[in-house]
Write a protein that binds this ligand. Structure first.
Ligand SMILES: O=C(O)c1ccccc1N[C@@H]1O[C@H](COP(=O)(O)O)[C@@H](O)[C@H]1O
Length: 215
Protein backbone atom coordinates (compact mmCIF):
# COMPACT_ATOMS: atom_id res chain seq x y z
CA UNK A 1 0.00 0.00 0.00
CA UNK A 2 1.33 3.43 -0.94
CA UNK A 3 1.45 5.81 2.03
CA UNK A 4 -0.08 9.23 1.42
CA UNK A 5 1.08 12.50 2.96
CA UNK A 6 -0.90 15.71 2.42
CA UNK A 7 1.34 18.68 3.10
CA UNK A 8 1.00 22.41 3.65
CA UNK A 9 -1.96 22.33 6.03
CA UNK A 10 -2.97 25.77 7.30
CA UNK A 11 -6.46 24.90 8.57
CA UNK A 12 -7.45 22.27 11.15
CA UNK A 13 -10.55 21.27 9.14
CA UNK A 14 -8.48 20.52 6.02
CA UNK A 15 -6.12 18.34 8.04
CA UNK A 16 -9.03 16.50 9.69
CA UNK A 17 -10.67 15.92 6.31
CA UNK A 18 -7.42 14.48 4.93
CA UNK A 19 -7.28 12.10 7.90
CA UNK A 20 -10.94 11.09 7.48
CA UNK A 21 -10.40 10.40 3.79
CA UNK A 22 -7.50 8.08 4.61
CA UNK A 23 -4.30 10.14 4.45
CA UNK A 24 -1.51 8.47 6.42
CA UNK A 25 0.26 11.73 7.24
CA UNK A 26 -0.28 15.48 7.20
CA UNK A 27 2.41 18.16 7.02
CA UNK A 28 2.77 21.69 8.35
CA UNK A 29 5.28 24.05 6.75
CA UNK A 30 7.32 26.23 9.12
CA UNK A 31 9.94 27.65 6.80
CA UNK A 32 9.71 31.29 5.79
CA UNK A 33 10.37 30.18 2.20
CA UNK A 34 6.79 29.04 1.76
CA UNK A 35 3.43 30.40 0.73
CA UNK A 36 1.96 27.83 3.11
CA UNK A 37 3.92 28.88 6.16
CA UNK A 38 2.12 28.63 9.50
CA UNK A 39 3.27 29.96 12.87
CA UNK A 40 4.54 27.55 15.50
CA UNK A 41 1.27 28.10 17.38
CA UNK A 42 -0.90 27.33 14.35
CA UNK A 43 1.16 24.23 13.57
CA UNK A 44 0.85 23.01 17.18
CA UNK A 45 -2.94 23.41 17.04
CA UNK A 46 -3.20 21.46 13.77
CA UNK A 47 -0.98 18.65 15.06
CA UNK A 48 -2.85 18.46 18.39
CA UNK A 49 -6.17 18.08 16.55
CA UNK A 50 -5.07 14.97 14.63
CA UNK A 51 -6.58 11.58 15.46
CA UNK A 52 -4.37 8.61 16.42
CA UNK A 53 -2.46 6.76 13.70
CA UNK A 54 -2.04 9.82 11.48
CA UNK A 55 1.63 10.81 11.29
CA UNK A 56 2.34 14.51 11.72
CA UNK A 57 5.28 16.08 9.89
CA UNK A 58 6.93 19.50 10.42
CA UNK A 59 8.73 20.89 7.35
CA UNK A 60 11.80 23.15 7.37
CA UNK A 61 14.18 24.50 4.75
CA UNK A 62 17.59 25.90 5.74
CA UNK A 63 16.16 27.25 8.99
CA UNK A 64 18.14 28.11 12.13
CA UNK A 65 18.75 25.17 14.46
CA UNK A 66 17.33 27.19 17.37
CA UNK A 67 14.12 27.81 15.42
CA UNK A 68 13.79 24.11 14.58
CA UNK A 69 14.39 23.16 18.22
CA UNK A 70 11.76 25.61 19.49
CA UNK A 71 9.27 24.49 16.86
CA UNK A 72 9.77 20.80 17.64
CA UNK A 73 9.37 21.41 21.38
CA UNK A 74 6.09 23.26 20.87
CA UNK A 75 4.57 21.26 18.01
CA UNK A 76 5.77 17.76 18.96
CA UNK A 77 5.46 16.35 15.42
CA UNK A 78 6.12 12.66 14.73
CA UNK A 79 8.61 13.41 11.97
CA UNK A 80 10.71 16.30 10.63
CA UNK A 81 11.18 17.01 6.91
CA UNK A 82 14.15 19.05 5.65
CA UNK A 83 14.13 20.58 2.16
CA UNK A 84 17.34 22.60 1.93
CA UNK A 85 21.09 22.14 1.93
CA UNK A 86 21.07 20.56 5.42
CA UNK A 87 23.58 17.73 5.96
CA UNK A 88 22.83 14.37 7.54
CA UNK A 89 24.71 15.42 10.66
CA UNK A 90 22.78 18.71 10.89
CA UNK A 91 19.41 16.99 10.47
CA UNK A 92 20.33 14.41 13.12
CA UNK A 93 21.14 16.96 15.85
CA UNK A 94 17.48 17.18 16.96
CA UNK A 95 17.34 13.52 17.98
CA UNK A 96 14.13 13.17 15.96
CA UNK A 97 13.28 10.93 13.01
CA UNK A 98 13.44 12.83 9.77
CA UNK A 99 12.81 12.75 6.03
CA UNK A 100 15.34 14.45 3.74
CA UNK A 101 14.05 15.96 0.53
CA UNK A 102 16.28 15.69 -2.53
CA UNK A 103 15.82 18.20 -5.36
CA UNK A 104 15.39 16.11 -8.53
CA UNK A 105 14.85 19.02 -10.91
CA UNK A 106 18.33 18.54 -12.38
CA UNK A 107 17.60 14.93 -13.30
CA UNK A 108 20.14 12.11 -12.89
CA UNK A 109 22.78 14.59 -11.64
CA UNK A 110 20.84 14.67 -8.35
CA UNK A 111 21.05 10.92 -7.71
CA UNK A 112 24.35 10.91 -5.73
CA UNK A 113 22.70 13.11 -3.08
CA UNK A 114 20.40 10.20 -2.21
CA UNK A 115 23.40 8.40 -0.67
CA UNK A 116 24.34 11.24 1.69
CA UNK A 117 21.65 10.75 4.36
CA UNK A 118 22.23 7.37 6.05
CA UNK A 119 20.44 8.54 9.22
CA UNK A 120 17.27 9.67 7.46
CA UNK A 121 14.15 7.53 8.07
CA UNK A 122 13.27 8.09 4.44
CA UNK A 123 14.13 10.17 1.39
CA UNK A 124 11.67 12.40 -0.43
CA UNK A 125 12.36 12.99 -4.11
CA UNK A 126 10.90 16.34 -5.13
CA UNK A 127 10.62 17.94 -8.56
CA UNK A 128 12.18 21.31 -7.87
CA UNK A 129 15.74 22.33 -8.75
CA UNK A 130 18.62 22.55 -6.28
CA UNK A 131 18.21 25.59 -4.02
CA UNK A 132 14.59 26.19 -5.05
CA UNK A 133 11.74 25.82 -2.57
CA UNK A 134 9.38 22.85 -2.80
CA UNK A 135 5.62 23.05 -3.04
CA UNK A 136 6.20 24.28 -6.58
CA UNK A 137 4.02 21.81 -8.45
CA UNK A 138 7.04 20.74 -10.55
CA UNK A 139 7.35 17.07 -11.42
CA UNK A 140 10.54 15.14 -12.29
CA UNK A 141 11.23 12.10 -14.44
CA UNK A 142 9.71 9.33 -12.26
CA UNK A 143 11.72 6.64 -14.04
CA UNK A 144 14.77 8.02 -12.17
CA UNK A 145 13.39 6.63 -8.90
CA UNK A 146 16.13 4.25 -7.73
CA UNK A 147 15.22 0.64 -6.86
CA UNK A 148 18.39 -0.26 -4.97
CA UNK A 149 18.14 1.94 -1.87
CA UNK A 150 17.20 0.44 1.47
CA UNK A 151 15.54 3.60 2.80
CA UNK A 152 11.85 4.16 2.00
CA UNK A 153 11.41 6.61 -0.91
CA UNK A 154 8.64 9.17 -1.06
CA UNK A 155 7.65 10.62 -4.44
CA UNK A 156 6.72 14.32 -4.52
CA UNK A 157 6.51 17.24 -6.89
CA UNK A 158 3.69 18.11 -9.25
CA UNK A 159 1.42 15.26 -8.20
CA UNK A 160 -2.28 15.82 -8.90
CA UNK A 161 -5.33 13.52 -8.89
CA UNK A 162 -4.96 12.95 -12.65
CA UNK A 163 -1.31 11.80 -12.64
CA UNK A 164 -0.74 10.18 -9.24
CA UNK A 165 -1.89 6.69 -10.30
CA UNK A 166 0.59 6.74 -13.18
CA UNK A 167 3.29 7.97 -10.77
CA UNK A 168 2.60 5.08 -8.37
CA UNK A 169 2.67 2.51 -11.19
CA UNK A 170 5.88 3.93 -12.68
CA UNK A 171 7.95 4.74 -9.61
CA UNK A 172 6.47 2.27 -7.06
CA UNK A 173 7.33 4.57 -4.12
CA UNK A 174 6.89 3.80 -0.43
CA UNK A 175 4.72 6.90 -0.28
CA UNK A 176 3.57 10.01 -2.12
CA UNK A 177 3.51 13.60 -0.86
CA UNK A 178 1.35 16.39 -2.27
CA UNK A 179 0.88 20.07 -1.50
CA UNK A 180 -0.26 22.22 -4.45
CA UNK A 181 -2.06 19.40 -6.30
CA UNK A 182 -4.89 19.29 -3.73
CA UNK A 183 -5.36 23.05 -3.35
CA UNK A 184 -7.61 25.81 -4.66
CA UNK A 185 -4.95 28.37 -3.61
CA UNK A 186 -1.70 28.06 -1.59
CA UNK A 187 -2.50 26.54 1.82
CA UNK A 188 -6.23 26.16 1.09
CA UNK A 189 -7.12 22.55 0.41
CA UNK A 190 -9.89 21.62 -2.04
CA UNK A 191 -12.04 18.80 -0.65
CA UNK A 192 -12.84 17.37 -4.10
CA UNK A 193 -9.16 17.31 -5.17
CA UNK A 194 -8.17 15.81 -1.81
CA UNK A 195 -10.74 13.00 -2.12
CA UNK A 196 -9.88 12.37 -5.79
CA UNK A 197 -6.15 12.23 -5.00
CA UNK A 198 -6.52 9.68 -2.21
CA UNK A 199 -8.94 7.57 -4.26
CA UNK A 200 -6.55 7.58 -7.24
CA UNK A 201 -3.71 6.26 -5.08
CA UNK A 202 -5.88 3.55 -3.53
CA UNK A 203 -7.21 2.52 -6.97
CA UNK A 204 -3.65 2.26 -8.30
CA UNK A 205 -2.69 0.14 -5.28
CA UNK A 206 -5.69 -2.14 -5.82
CA UNK A 207 -4.87 -2.52 -9.51
CA UNK A 208 -1.24 -3.42 -8.76
CA UNK A 209 -2.42 -5.94 -6.16
CA UNK A 210 -4.93 -7.47 -8.60
CA UNK A 211 -2.18 -7.80 -11.23
CA UNK A 212 0.02 -9.57 -8.67
CA UNK A 213 2.60 -6.78 -8.90
CA UNK A 214 1.72 -5.04 -5.65
CA UNK A 215 5.03 -5.98 -4.07
O1 LIG B 1 4.78 23.40 0.41
C1 LIG B 1 5.62 24.30 0.46
O2 LIG B 1 5.30 25.49 0.42
C2 LIG B 1 7.08 23.96 0.56
C3 LIG B 1 8.01 24.97 0.75
C4 LIG B 1 9.36 24.69 0.86
C5 LIG B 1 9.80 23.38 0.76
C6 LIG B 1 8.89 22.37 0.55
C7 LIG B 1 7.52 22.62 0.43
N1 LIG B 1 6.57 21.62 0.21
C8 LIG B 1 6.87 20.29 -0.19
O3 LIG B 1 7.10 20.25 -1.59
C9 LIG B 1 6.74 18.97 -2.09
C10 LIG B 1 5.96 19.04 -3.38
O4 LIG B 1 4.97 19.97 -3.39
P1 LIG B 1 3.95 20.05 -4.61
O5 LIG B 1 2.99 18.90 -4.46
O6 LIG B 1 4.71 19.99 -5.89
O7 LIG B 1 3.24 21.35 -4.45
C11 LIG B 1 6.01 18.27 -0.99
O8 LIG B 1 6.93 17.36 -0.45
C12 LIG B 1 5.74 19.32 0.05
O9 LIG B 1 5.83 18.72 1.29
Amino acid sequence: MTRIKCCGMTRIDDALLAAQLGADAIGVVLTARSKRRVSIGQAAAIVAAMPPFVTTVALFMDDDAAFVRDAVAAIRPDLLQFHGAETDEWCSQFGHRYLKAIAMGDGAAALPALRRYPDASGLLLDGHGLGEAGGSGKAFDWSLMPRDLTQPLVLAGGLVPANVADAVRTARPWGVDVASGIESSPGIKDSRKLADFIRAVRDADAQLEANGTGG
